[in-house]
Ligand binder design. Structure first.
Ligand code: HEC
Length: 162
């Protein structure tokens, strides 16, 4: 009896999931009957910096000591969901992230992930792909910057070639 109940429950969860996915792809493709452009509440143009307290961040020269402290924080707060290769686990592999995103975007994602996945086009896309919400890991701004320094290291800064 228990088993049958369990099967029923998992069955309906799966059905709900399928319905949800169908609903998503449907809304993406159906552009008919759109409201006049003046009525659409358009988000501000995406400048690639993300949403949060960081904007216009420029990087100083690479600092190996800061990167080392970033590595320690990363391993305790982030590595359950992220690899530093390009391999996805819960979240995307972070190799190459400093090439595909601006520094401010990365810092905003680390310190403000919930708002980012609701409002920032790139982060929204990531949530669609990964279907798990990244949550704020209680990192300070300085810790976020140290992690960013570590990501620069992963992406090859501070090596002989740079
Ligand atoms: C519970 C799992 C989880 C934890 C813990 C987590 N993340 Fe994430 N992260 C995700 C997921 C999932 C995404 C994709 C966006 C989403 O679905 O919310 C993401 C996205 C990102 C991105 C964007 C990657 C890209 O390709 O642009 C960065 C950068 C990032 N996380 C850094 C971190 C850092 C740094 C930490 C630790 C402070 C951390 N994350 C902790 C799950 C996690």
């Amino acid at each position: 009896m228990k088993n049958i109940l369990l099967k029923l429950i998992t069955g309906s969860i799966m059905a709900a999931g399928v319905a949800l996915m169908a609903g998503c792809s449907g809304s993406e493709t159906s552009n008919t009957g759109a409201a006049p452009e003046s009525m659409i509440n358009k988000p501000a143009a995406d400048n690639g910096e993300g949403i949060g307290k960081f904007s216009g961040v420029t990087l100083a020269s690479f600092d190996a000591a800061i990167a080392a402290s970033g590595k320690t924080i990363f391993e305790s707060k982030c590595s359950a969901c992220h690899k530093i290769t390009d391999q996805k686990i819960v979240g995307p592999g972070l190799k190459g992230v400093t090439q595909r995103r601006k520094p401010s975007w990365i810092l905003n994602m680390i310190t403000n992930p919930e708002e980012m996945t609701k409002k920032d086009p790139q982060a929204m896309k990531l949530l669609e792909e990964h279907l798990t919400q990244m949550t704020f890991q209680n990192v300070t701004d300085d810790e976020a910057k140290a992690i960013l320094e570590y990501m620069r290291e992963i992406d090859g800064e501070g090596t002989a070639a740079n």
